[in-house]
Every structure is written in structure tokens, then in C-alpha cells.
Unconditional design. Structure first.
Length: 237
């Protein structure tokens, strides 16, 4: 057993024992970055395992395609499984590296500089990938203004909308203008009786993409905030 394998086994145990706790994920990321810096084949073999554990399915498949032994049936079987995940999921549901308090503060400052509105039920839309950035800028279909941040997740409307700026989502203008919504109102937990909260979630909150039907849960008479993907390995935990 190589030192790479020993380290991976220990980190995997920590990951499982803490149910994917932030410290264990940071440790896996640090190990992953170390493995990425070397061309040692044994390191790359372990890197496939790290990618897979963190749900970087596309990266795991592409790396195994390069270094895997295609004459080995076990390797071929795993390659086939990863190929299926890579084609259907890519790296979309990879477990993100938890931010430190300092990093979170920098993110808030960045959002403020970019003029990104505060979304109560989706507080970190840049981090979750709900918005993309463009240095050149794009034209918002709703207000006609140039925006350097544009929406990338689902918007349910008869109209074919290409770009929406954060402001037109936040103030509800996009939903009003195109008679659209950002969430499926049939996929919401019961328990919220306030129509204003329902309106805010459906018409003024960026949505998210899921590999199954997206679902918004409630707690204490209000909707829960969406913080990001947990990764397929955490499903059912």
C-alpha cells in the first residue's frame, strides 16, 4: 500500500465519521490539490478516488480514461460506471469546499461591489452557480440594460429568455413581464401560509438545478434557504 493510499483511506474515514463535515472536506481538497501537482502514476490513481468521493465525476472519468488499465475487467467496469455519471452529472453535484469566515466575508464584499441584491432564500447565488459573470457584459432581456452578472438556472416561462440580471429577479420585474416563475410551486413543502413569502420564493428568488425534481422545504412557518449542493454521496444521510 502506497503512502497516497494510506492518506486517502484515513481521510475517507474522517469524511464518513463526520458525515461530510467541513474540516474533512477541506482536508480532502488539500490532498486533492497536492495530488494534482504531481505526475506520479500512483498519485493519479488515488486522485481518481478523491475526485469520485467528492463527486467530481467528470474529472474522475477523464483521469481514469488516461491512466486506467483497459485490460483489467475491474478497471473497465469502474470506467463504465464513471462514464455514465460523467455524461449525466458532469461535476455539477461536486461537494464544494467549505468557506472560512474570512472567505465568506470576502464573498459578501464581492457581491456588494458587483451590486448583487440580497436574496433571502438563496443567499450565495454566485457560489451556487445561479449567476455567471461576463467581463464584456450581456444585455438583460427584461430591462434592456448591460449586466456583468446574469442568471443561469431555471426560469419557467412561455417566452425564451436568454439573459436576466439580478435586479430584475430581485424586484420581481422579470416574473411580472414574462408571467414566469423561478420555482415550481407544486414542489414546495406545506407549512407556509404567508402569501408574501410564497411570492418572494417563486417570483423573486433564483432557482437551482437538481438531478431530481427540485424541492423547497419549510421550517417554522418559513421556507429554508438554499445553500448549495451536498453531493450525491451525501444523499439519504
Amino acid at each position: 500500500m502506497t503512502e497516497y493510499q494510506k492518506t486517502y483511506i484515513e481521510l475517507k474515514k474522517q469524511f464518513s465519521a463526520t458525515d461530510g463535515g467541513p474540516d474533512s472536506i477541506r482536508a480532502l481538497y488539500a490532498f486533492m490539490e497536492k495530488l494534482e501537482q504531481t505526475e506520479d502514476k500512483q498519485a493519479k490513481e488515488v486522485l481518481v478516488d478523491v475526485y469520485d468521493l467528492l463527486d467530481f465525476k467528470k474529472d474522475a472519468y477523464e483521469l481514469l480514461s488516461k491512466i486506467g488499465n483497459r485490460s483489467d475487467k475491474k478497471s473497465l467496469k469502474r470506467l463504465g460506471i464513471l462514464k455514465d455519471y460523467a455524461e449525466n452529472w458532469g461535476n455539477t453535484y461536486a461537494i464544494r469546499k467549505p468557506k472560512t469566515k474570512a472567505e465568506k466575508q470576502k464573498e459578501k464584499e464581492k457581491q456588494a461591489r458587483l451590486g448583487l441584491p440580497a436574496f433571502r432564500y438563496h443567499p450565495d447565488p454566485l457560489d451556487t452557480g445561479a449567476f455567471a459573470q461576463s467581463e464584456e457584459g450581456v444585455i438583460c432581456d427584461c430591462c434592456g440594460k448591460t449586466t456583468h452578472i446574469f442568471y443561469t438556472n431555471p426560469f419557467f416561462s412561455v417566452e425564451d429568455i436568454e439573459y436576466l440580471c439580478p435586479e430584475c429577479i430581485s424586484n420581481g420585474e422579470a416574473a411580472r413581464k414574462y408571467d414566469g416563475s423561478f420555482q415550481d410551486d407544486y414542489s414546495l413543502d406545506d407549512g407556509v401560509d404567508d402569501p408574501a413569502k410564497l411570492d418572494e420564493l417563486i417570483h423573486r428568488t433564483p432557482g437551482y438545478c437538481g438531478w431530481q425534481q427540485e424541492y423547497w422545504r419549510t421550517h417554522c412557518g418559513d421556507f429554508c434557504a438554499y445553500l448549495g449542493y451536498v453531493g450525491a454521496s451525501n444523499c439519504g444521510r
